[in-house]
Write a protein of this length. Structure first.
Length: 319
């Protein structure tokens, strides 16, 4: 049913349906929190391949629905996705690493999403107030007298807020800096990475995510926290120029044995790191016997990028 959505949202739904390979529907829930958070909507894929976009909270249906649809639209337009193929063998640590990676990735993805929402008139003063209320409700203020165990959570929340306000929170800045002075400073540092160059294509998104992962680790080190090394833990889809698709794997990637293991079978993992950005673009398992392993990698390194991606069932994303 679409009658409860604005013409703008209906137009987005039409765009998504035109690119989708299976039916896409929108469903409205009944929750009304009175504020906005990005966990108020989600996607459900059925066994028959159909996709349902659920707007669970109706505080602002148009904002929440358009946000979820634009996420879907970017994936349909072949923007790179992140994957978690590796494990540290520590479940809690894996979950922490995944959570921070998802927040950083989404902060970068939200740059083009917010741009479209602003362009189409979805984000107005009411939405901005509801968004700020969401932060105030969910994120407790800093307490200088206590060790801040929520520093990362606060900082990544405020990074997303700066993306939402496009770096100019105006009246919201007074509230955010008063409640979260330390986290806001860190968020501003990370936001500069996203504001440095436009994010408007699969290639520019990937570039921004790689840089943001690196900047996040530097910030963690500066505040005395353990680094994530998302450049190795997180697999980020590669984006290639037409020229690069004709090159051999050895020309673009260095395949390194990792201390991490493959999540699905716990076998030793080999990470394909981009020579230019040192980002995990794919992971492989290899034969255990030394001679067979050497032959395996010789074959892999000699394959053309297009052939390699096809054989490994990996997406071929073009700039």
């Amino acid at each position: 049913m679409t009658e409860k959505f604005s013409a703008t949202v209906k137009s987005l739904l039409t765009e998504v349906r035109q690119l989708a390979k299976s039916p896409v529907t929108l469903e409205i829930g009944s929750d009304r929190a009175g504020y906005l958070r990005h966990d108020q909507s989600y996607q459900e894929r059925s066994a028959d391949g159909s996709l349902k976009v659920v707007v669970a909270d109706v505080t602002n249906v148009d904002y929440t629905a358009s946000h979820e649809l634009l996420h879907l639209l970017l994936s349909q337009q072949h923007y790179p996705q992140i994957h978690f193929n590796l494990t540290t063998h520590d479940h809690d640590l894996d979950q922490q690493l995944e959570a921070t990676a998802v927040e950083l990735y989404h902060a970068a993805v939200h740059v083009p999403i917010v741009a479209v929402q602003k362009q189409r008139g979805i984000i107005d003063d009411t939405v901005q107030a509801q968004y700020l209320k969401g932060i105030e409700t969910v994120v407790p203020p800093e307490d200088p007298a206590k060790n801040d165990r929520l520093l990362i959570f606060r900082t990544l929340t405020l990074l997303d807020a700066l993306v939402f306000y496009q770096g100019q929170p105006a009246t919201a800045k007074k509230v955010l800096t008063a409640r979260y002075p330390i986290a806001y400073q860190g968020a501003e540092q990370l936001y500069q990475i996203l504001a440095d160059k436009p994010i408007d294509s699969p290639f520019t998104l990937r570039r921004a995510v790689v840089k943001l992962f690196a900047a996040f680790d530097q910030w963690l080190a500066n505040v005395g926290l353990a680094q994530t090394h998302h450049n190795q833990f997180v697999t980020l889809d590669g984006v290639f120029s037409q020229r690069q698709t004709h090159l051999e794997v050895r020309q673009l990637f260095q395949i390194l044995h990792s201390e991490l293991t493959l999540r699905d079978n716990k076998r030793s993992a080999y990470i394909g790191l981009g020579k230019n950005d040192q980002q995990n673009t794919f992971v492989l398992s290899a034969p255990q016997a030394e001679k067979k392993r050497a032959d395996f990698f010789k074959q892999i390194y000699g394959q053309k990028i297009t052939d390699f991606l096809q054989k490994q069932h990996l997406p071929l994303l073009i700039r």
